[in-house]
Design a protein around this ligand. Structure first.
Ligand code: UD1
Length: 443
């Protein structure tokens, strides 16, 4: 972008106070009749957690970007709205997202959007890198406790962003990013993506030590490379980014969603069914495959397909969440649903999010026997669960309740299902096509 346009963008942005209220969310519920083994083939959608940073990365380069295989989800639509508010044009049809970032007319990502999806903070790094200035609402907490963004802010500050917090907003003014050496003691997916994006246009070299290895991060790095970024060490704990003057627009296909795939694997496991996942990445599913094999599942994969057959009754397992390639925290709740009907006592420890257990009391309403001690859950498998009204509390907790409801005797009504819709595309329809009985109703 030329200097004139840059100056215009700055002066044209007069951020208003964060007064807008979050929009009312439609309160759909799901009603499931349990007890049907699932069988058939299911198509895995594009990965939410890969699509979100790539959508934000379009802000790095002016022009027309093409993203294919973008999942149609509440969260990807929220990211589209955030980018639109900045002045970009977004056309989102049939899993293709066309984003024109030529004219950015605002530098503010407002509270009403950021508060509905934390990943909106991904626009911060690209905006500061391209324009020097940005005003992005702090995301606040989440359903299962505090989720800090200090590593995002410290990383950008180390690169010269001089961020300030002003009335709940992160504000950068007239910054010129330069390369920096950044060390993460805690592996952070979001902070790695944030810093990697910002570093592509910084002056000089940025080294991120302790980088995340999640496939979403590697995929983002590869997209940036295709746009002309200079990045080394992708897929390792040390990622080096040499800043370049400008990037070309993005033209890419989003990788398959490993968490959606793993959730369907758990659906086969819990119902004793047999499911073939199409267009998935079996390599990204190794940790889940290992634990489900221990639980008694038979799993075979070839290229982009994976077939899983569940046992009559799963065996108890021990699971500890870890950064990739370890077992994902995003599968912890779903694994707990499976363990609740396993033969024996399972132990699940979440080392990433110590408080991510809002599904425990809801699973207990369905008859699960779970004792929680800090971040360690001991689950004594019961022979059967019983349907009951329950409430979804976040994306993966909702998925866990759906899994439990698939085997619970009788009817389970899961309210506040908008959480599920944030991260799973048409899950009710996909499950029905596999033989489940799932009905969506308005509350
Ligand atoms: C991403 C995923 C989310 C997943 C999580 C962990 C997206 C959009 N979301 O979230 O689905 O559950 O990775 O795999 O990709 N932390 C800090 N300071 C920070 C940032 C993180 O201390 O600034 C800590 C967190 O509290 C947590 C750990 O780092 O304990 C990992 O969090 P992080 O990888 O950053 O999660 P997200 O990127 O928010």
């Amino acid at each position: 972008m030329d200097v004139g346009a840059r100056a215009h963008t700055h002066s044209g942005s007069k951020p208003s106070a964060p007064t807008a209220k979050p929009k009312a969310v439609p309160m759909d519920a799901l009603i499931l009749q349990g007890g049907r083994p699932l069988s058939g083939r299911v198509h895995v959608s594009g990965a939410k957690n890969a699509a979100l940073p790539v959508m934000a990365a379009t802000l790095l380069a002016p022009g027309q970007h093409v993203l294919r295989n973008v999942p149609s989800l509440a969260d990807t639509r929220t990211m589209a709205r955030v980018i639109e508010r900045l002045g970009a044009k977004v056309e989102f049809t049939d899993h293709q997202c066309l984003i024109d970032t030529t004219n950015i007319t605002s530098l503010e990502a407002p509270y009403d959007l950021v508060s509905t999806m934390r990943a909106s903070i991904y626009v911060l790094g690209p905006m500061v890198a391209r324009f020097g200035s940005a005003r992005v609402s702090l995301p606040g907490g989440c359903a299962w406790g505090p989720r800090p963004v200090n590593l995002h802010l410290e990383g950008l500050d180390a690169m010269g962003a001089s961020l300030e917090i002003d009335h709940g907003y992160i504000v950068a003014k007239n910054a010129r990013l330069r390369g920096a050496s950044i060390r993460h003691e805690v592996v952070s997916v979001g902070a790695t993506a944030q810093i990697m994006m910002a570093a592509t246009l910084a002056e000089g070299t940025t080294v991120i030590d302790g980088a995340a290895l999640e496939p979403d991060i590697t995929a983002l790095g590869e997209v940036l490379l295709q746009c002309g970024a200079r990045i080394e060490g992708l897929g390792t704990r040390t990622v080096t980014v040499h800043g370049v003057k400008s990037l070309k627009p993005i033209d890419t296909t989003i990788i398959p969603d490993r968490i959606e795939a793993a959730t369907f694997m758990a659906a086969a496991a819990i119902t004793g069914g047999s499911i073939t996942l199409e267009q998935c990445a079996p390599d990204h599913l190794r940790a889940t495959t290992e634990r489900l094999t221990e639980a008694g599942c038979l799993i075979e994969s070839e290229r982009d397909q994976l077939t899983i057959s569940g046992p009559v009754r799963p065996a108890a397992v021990t699971v500890t969440t870890q950064p990739y390639p370890g077992f994902p925290t995003d599968m912890q709740a779903q694994m707990m649903a499976l363990c609740s009907i396993a033969d024996g006592e399972s132990v699940i420890t979440d080392t990433i999010y110590l408080d991510r257990f809002t599904h425990v009391p809801e699973l207990a309403r369905l008859g699960a026997d779970i004792r929680l001690d800090h971040n360690v859950a001991r689950i004594r498998g019961v022979k059967s669960l019983q349907g009951a009204p329950v409430m979804a509390t976040d994306i993966r907790a909702s998925a866990a309740l759906v899994l439990a409801a698939l085997v619970a005797e009788g009817e389970t009504r899961i309210s506040r299902i908008y959480h599920l819709d944030r991260g799973y595309e048409a899950m009710d329809q996909k499950l029905n096509a596999l033989g489940a009985s799932v009905r969506r109703v308005k509350e």
